[in-house]
Write a protein that binds this ligand. Structure first.
Ligand SMILES: [Zn+2]
Length: 108
């Protein structure tokens, strides 16, 4: 389990989309279960994105944007895990194919 201290350190990296799969997974489950860190994330998000939006005069959708970012990250994490799994399966398939070729070569 990730501690609040760890989670807080990862917030800027999360906002930069700089976390690897494991970190992102731990981070998101911590944020889901920890209101304090969720609040900290919200604040940092608002500061970061809010500055930009203030210039555009468009601030009313910020909290929805954060929800979006969080659910988006979860989806991307899911896709990334799927890709990792797919590449494992492909590697196994290729290895199996090579083994079959080898066996055939020996048999012939
Ligand atoms: Zn926390």
């Amino acid at each position: 389990m990730m501690t609040c201290k760890d989670a807080e350190k990862l917030i800027p990296e999360f906002l930069d989309d700089d976390l690897d799969n494991q970190e992102l997974s731990d981070f998101l489950s911590h944020i889901d279960s920890c209101p304090e860190c969720k609040e900290e994330l919200t604040i940092q998000f608002l500061v970061r994105v809010g500055m930009q939006r203030l210039e555009d005069g468009n601030t009313f959708n910020l909290s929805r944007e954060l929800e979006h970012l969080l659910s988006d990250s979860k989806k991307r994490l899911h896709v990334r895990k799927y890709l990792v799994m797919t590449s494992y399966i492909l590697e196994i398939a290729v290895a199996a194919l090579l083994a079959i070729c080898l066996l055939l070569a020996i048999a012939l």
